[in-house]
Design a protein around this ligand. Structure first.
Ligand SMILES: [Zn+2]
Length: 194
């Protein structure tokens, strides 16, 4: 069986979806890649700053609240003070943190990197992501295989696309990795047309 690996790469971190007071409705807040550090006596607060995509209102997502400054290394503190881009990205990818801070993670822009599946060749497909993602497996498969919703459903029903563990491939989201079996008839598009 041929093995193919696709990697889902984020082009940008997920936006934070939350109510914007100025806009008066829910809005997408985009990560600014900047931190705000506030040192007060013995305590330190650190936030990651987001901006409303419509009106630029800022929202601070809490990273550390009232911690002892000594619990961070001087190197880490320096990264916060200089708005280290990689560190900001790491925090921004943490959708669980957004949830704890009262926002919902929106869908990031992403690309799928990896070779195409060959028609007629049974394939073990690994789809991977460095980050826990909210992207649906179905969306990834349909995009990369260029399938209509109907064609995709037919392939699931005929088990030409199936997952190794039992998951609802219509609904489930890509966490870190999923392994799928792609059958020999999966990509004969002609047979799928009405
Ligand atoms: Zn706004």
């Amino acid at each position: 069986m041929k093995q193919v690996i696709w990697e889902v790469r984020y082009v940008s971190p997920p936006p934070a979806i939350r109510y914007c007071k100025k806009c008066g409705r829910k809005s997408e807040f985009i990560c600014s890649n900047s931190f705000r550090v506030n040192a007060q006596r013995k305590f330190l607060d650190i936030w990651l700053i987001y901006k409303c995509s419509h009106c630029d209102t800022t929202w601070n997502s809490t990273l550390y609240s009232r911690i002892n400054p000594q619990s961070l290394s001087s190197e880490q503190l320096e990264q916060f003070h200089t708005n280290d881009r990689f560190l900001a990205e790491q925090y921004a990818m943490d959708t669980e943190r957004l949830r704890r801070n009262g926002a919902k993670a929106g869908l990031p822009d992403y690309t799928i990197v990896g070779e195409d599946i060959c028609a007629g060749v049974p394939t073990e497909l690994h789809i991977m992501s460095r980050y826990q993602s909210q992207i649906k497996i179905a969306a990834i498969l349909r995009e990369k295989l260029n399938l209509s919703q109907k064609a995709f459903e037919q392939l699931l029903n005929s088990e030409q696309i199936k997952s190794v563990s039992v998951l609802d491939l219509q609904k489930c989201k890509l966490h870190n990795e999923i392994i799928l079996m792609i059958g020999t008839d999966a990509l004969h598009h002609e047979s799928l047309k009405e």
